[in-house]
Write a protein that binds this ligand. Structure first.
Ligand SMILES: Cc1cc2nc3c(=O)[nH]c(=O)nc-3n(C[C@H](O)[C@H](O)[C@H](O)COP(=O)(O)O)c2cc1C
Length: 198
């Protein structure tokens, strides 16, 4: 698919067909994810892949709200879920190396959390690969109060933080719960771009 089509066609899909996803496609998503840029080439990311119904049930049981709504009903139809996790310590360690020299490992040196940014860039590559494969995907948040339960359920070490989760599956005509774009307009380029001065 043309790159411009991938960018244009990518939308968050919140409902999926009852059809498995070819595991080699998931492998391609992950192979593309690790092509993302990362500060100092720290690559402080990890990806938990869930593609067995019992594992997906475990995910939803420990992260989802109690009351099932249209959003959750749709999202639960996804046959694959990828949880991108950021690893802050990998950055603090990497930047303490001689070529960077931040041996105090002071987090105040970081203008923004690059570990989350880089994992987000990897996540976008997963979303874009899904589009290229003719699939749908949705990045969504994991509520902070569910993260300890999620870590415990899947044996995730404390230093790894899920920056969200990504459902993946085949699209249907029903895109699922409506997202914010039905209620909000895309901001025009001229509203957000400042040239020369603000
Ligand atoms: C960091 C981030 C968090 C998001 N969290 C959620 C979420 O919790 N639930 C959800 O349904 N969509 C979530 N979205 C999807 C956004 O609602 C969606 O990207 C936005 O409305 C624009 O729509 P589009 O991606 O289909 O163009 C999230 C997107 C991002 C980038």
């Amino acid at each position: 698919m043309e790159f411009q089509d991938i960018v244009r066609k990518r939308r968050m899909i919140r409902n999926y067909a009852d059809r498995p996803v070819d595991p080699t496609v998931v492998d391609r998503m992950l192979a593309n994810a690790v092509r993302a840029p990362s500060a100092g080439f720290s690559q402080g990311w990890a990806f938990l892949v869930l593609d067995r119904p019992e594992d997906l049930d475990r995910f939803w049981a420990c992260t989802a709200p109690q009351d099932e709504d249209d959003w959750l009903r749709g999202m639960r139809t996804a046959p694959v879920l990828i949880v991108p996790l950021s690893h802050k310590a990998a950055y603090l360690e990497r930047y303490a190396q001689p070529d960077k020299g931040w041996t105090d490992r002071d987090e105040a040196r970081w203008p923004v959390p690059y570990w989350d940014i880089d994992t987000g860039m990897a996540s976008l590559l997963i979303l874009q690969t899904a589009v290229d494969e003719g699939l749908g995907a949705c990045f969504f948040g994991v509520p902070p109060d569910r993260i300890p339960a999620f870590r415990a359920e899947f044996g995730v070490p404390d230093g790894y933080t899920p920056i969200g989760a990504i459902t993946v599956g085949h699209r249907t005509d029903d895109l699922g719960a409506v997202g914010s774009p039905t209620k909000r307009a895309r901001r025009p380029v001229d509203d957000v771009v400042h040239r020369g001065d603000w």
